[in-house]
Design a protein around this ligand. Structure first.
Ligand SMILES: Nc1ncnc2c1ncn2[C@@H]1O[C@H](COP(=O)(O)OS(=O)(=O)O)[C@@H](OP(=O)(O)O)[C@H]1O
Length: 455
C-alpha cells in the first residue's frame, strides 16, 4: 500500500487514485491496474502513434496485400505493369524481396538451370526453396544431371515430391508399375490420368504443404502453344506464378548456359530439345518445335501442372455466372464448389479423372440450407488439400440424369454426399452415412475412404 501511495503521488493524478480504489481484488492487482491506467493516460499520444505505425506496417506487409488465396486479377495486372521490361535478375530480386516463402519449381531443364544459376549469383539460393517432382519415370540421364546440379549448387535447398504415397510408403518405379489399380497406369494407355497422378497431384500437394506466396517456373513464350502469351507474373487460381524467362528465346537460354558453364541434361545433346519423363518424351527432329517431342500420345501439349488450377477456376467462374441466372430459390454460397448440372454431369462427374466429393442438395430444403456453410468450408478445405474435387449438384433446378442412375448414383434424401472415385473402367461410389455432418467428421471420412483400395 505504501508503494502504491508513492506511485500515485509521483504521477500527481487524483483521478488515478480514484480509479484504483474502484478496482476490486487484491492490493497488488489494484496497484498494477492503477499504474497501467495512469501510464496510458500520460502517454496517450505516443501509444496512438505506435498503434498508427503498426497499422501502416500491417497494411503494407506484402503477404496481406498480394498473396495467398486472395490474389486478385487487378493486383496481378498491376504487378504485370510494374515488372514490364525488367530483366530476369530484377524479377528474381523483386520476387525474393516481396514474395513470402518463394519456391522455384524445376525439372532442371535449360530454363530452370538459368534461373537456378541466377539465384545463386544473386545470393538468393539459400532462401529460395527448390521443388522438383520425380514422376518415378525419369530418364537415367536426368537423375545423373540432378546429381551434377546438386554438386554444383551445394546451397540448393531441394525438396522432391513423388506420386502419392500408398499405405504410407513411397512408391518406387517398379512398385509403381506392379501395383494394381490406378497406379499401374501407363501413359500410352491413359495419358491424362498418368499426368494427373505423376505431375498434377504432387504439384498440388507441394503447393499445399509449402504454401508459398508464389512459385517460379521455367516456362517461356518461345516454347509456343499455350505459352505463346505467357506473362512474367500470372494469377494461378489465386496464387502468384512467376516466369522470369517469359521473354527469353531458346538461343538466349543456351547462350547463358554456355557462357556460365552451367550443367545441363546430356539428353539435349542427343536430340531431345525438351525433356519430360520416359513415358512422354521423344527426341525432336530438325525443324520441329521445342516441345514437339512431349505428350505426343495425348491431346494435350501440357502435363497439366500449369493448367489444372486455371481450369478449375474457369469452371467455377462459369458456374457462378450460371448461378446468377437462377433467381427463384435462395442462393447457398460455395465459392470453391464445382457446380454440376444435367448438361455437364457426364463430362464433370462420369469422366472425372480425380476423386470428387459430390453433394446432391436442394436450396429449398431446410437441412441443406443449414448444412450449406459447413459444406462450403469442407469444399474450401478440399480445394486446398487437393484430396478430392469439391462439387455439388442442385436438384431443385436439375434432375438426376439417367446416365447418373445408370452409373449407380442413388439419391434418397437431401443432402446426400457421395465420394466419386474413378477406377479404370467405372466409378467407385461411396455414400456418406455418418450421423454427424460437421466439417471434421466429413473430412476425416473422405481421407479414410481415400486410403481404401479401389475395388
Ligand atoms: N517434374 C517437375 N518438377 C518441378 N517442376 C517442373 C517439373 N516439370 C515441369 N516443371 C516446371 O514447368 C516448367 C516447364 O517444364 P516443361 O516445359 O517440361 O513442361 S511441363 O510442365 O512438364 O509440361 C519447368 O521449367 P524448368 O525449371 O526449366 O524445368 C518447371 O518450372
Amino acid at each position: 500500500m505504501e508503494t502504491m501511495k508513492r506511485r500515485e503521488a509521483s504521477h500527481g493524478s487524483a483521478g488515478c487514485g480514484a480509479d484504483t480504489e474502484k478496482v476490486p481484488g487484491p492490493e497488488l492487482k489494484q496497484l498494477e491496474l492503477g499504474s497501467v491506467g495512469s501510464f496510458v493516460r500520460n502517454h496517450r499520444k505516443k501509444i496512438f502513434l505506435i498503434f498508427l505505425c503498426l497499422c501502416t506496417l500491417l497494411a503494407v506487409q506484402p503477404s496481406s496485400r498480394w498473396f495467398g488465396a486472395e490474389l486478385r486479377e487487378d493486383r496481378t495486372s498491376k504487378l504485370q505493369a510494374e515488372l514490364k521490361g525488367k530483366t530476369a535478375e530484377q524479377i528474381l530480386q523483386w520476387a525474393a524481396e516481396t514474395v513470402p516463402g518463394l519456391v522455384q519449381f524445376s525439372s532442371f531443364g535449360p530454363s530452370g538451370m538459368v534461373i537456378l544459376d541466377l539465384l545463386d549469383r544473386l545470393g538468393l539460393l539459400e532462401e529460395t526453396r527448390i521443388v522438383t517432382i520425380d514422376t518415378l519415370h525419369l530418364f537415367p540421364e536426368s537423375y545423373e544431371h540432378l546429381q551434377n546440379v546438386t554438386r554444383r549448387y551445394p546451397k540448393m535447398k531441394l525438396q522432391t515430391f513423388y506420386p502419392k504415397e500408398m499405405h504410407g510408403m513411397t512408391l518406387w518405379k517398379d512398385d509403381f508399375q506392379k501395383t494394381s489399380g490406378k497406379l499401374s497406369l501407363k501413359f500410352s494407355e491413359m495419358p491424362a490420368e498418368y499426368s494427373y497422378l505423376t505431375k498434377v497431384e504432387p504439384t498440388l500437394r507441394a503447393l499445399q504443404q509449402l504454401a508459398p506466396g508464389g512459385w517460379i517456373t521455367g516456362r517461356r513464350r518461345s516454347q509456343g502453344e499455350l505459352r505463346s502469351h505467357l506473362p512474367v507474373v500470372e494469377n494461378d487460381a489465386g496464387r502468384l506464378k512467376i516466369n522470369p524467362l517469359a521473354y527469353w528465346t531458346w538461343e538466349d537460354v543456351w547462350q547463358y548456359l554456355h557462357t556460365h558453364e552451367v550443367p545441363y541434361n546430356v539428353l539435349h545433346d542427343r536430340g531431345y530439345s525438351s525433356v519430360g519423363d520416359v513415358m512422354n518424351t521423344r527426341p525432336t527432329k530438325p525443324g520441329e518445335g521445342e516441345r514437339a517431342g512431349r505428350f505426343e500420345l495425348s491431346q494435350e501439349t501440357e502435363c497439366g501442372m500449369h493448367t489444372h488450377l486455371a481450369r478449375i477456376a474457369k469452371k467455377r467462374a462459369e458456374s457462378a455466372s450460371k448461378r446468377a441466372e437462377l433467381d427463384d430459390a435462395p442462393h447457398l454460397p460455395c465459392d470453391t464448389c464445382v457446380e454440376v448440372n444435367k448438361q455437364n454431369f457426364e463430362e464433370v462427374v462420369l469422366k472425372t479423372k480425380q476423386d470428387m466429393l459430390l453433394e446432391f442438395y436442394s436450396p429449398m430444403c431446410g437441412h441443406c440450407t443449414h448444412f450449406a456453410p459447413t459444406y462450403a468450408t469442407i469444399a474450401h478445405e478440399l480445394s486446398i488439400s487437393g484430396d478430392a474435387l469439391p462439387a455439388r449438384m442442385d436438384l431443385y433446378h436439375n434432375q438426376v440424369p439417367q446416365s447418373a442412375k445408370d452409373a449407380g448414383f442413388e439419391i434418397h434424401a437431401f443432402p446426400t454426399l457421395i465420394l466419386v472415385r474413378p477406377m479404370q473402367k467405372k466409378l467407385k461410389l461411396v455414400t456418406y452415412h455418418r450421423w454427424r455432418r460437421d466439417v471434421k467428421t466429413v473430412l476425416d471420412w473422405v481421407k479414410e475412404e481415400l486410403t481404401k483400395p479401389l475395388t
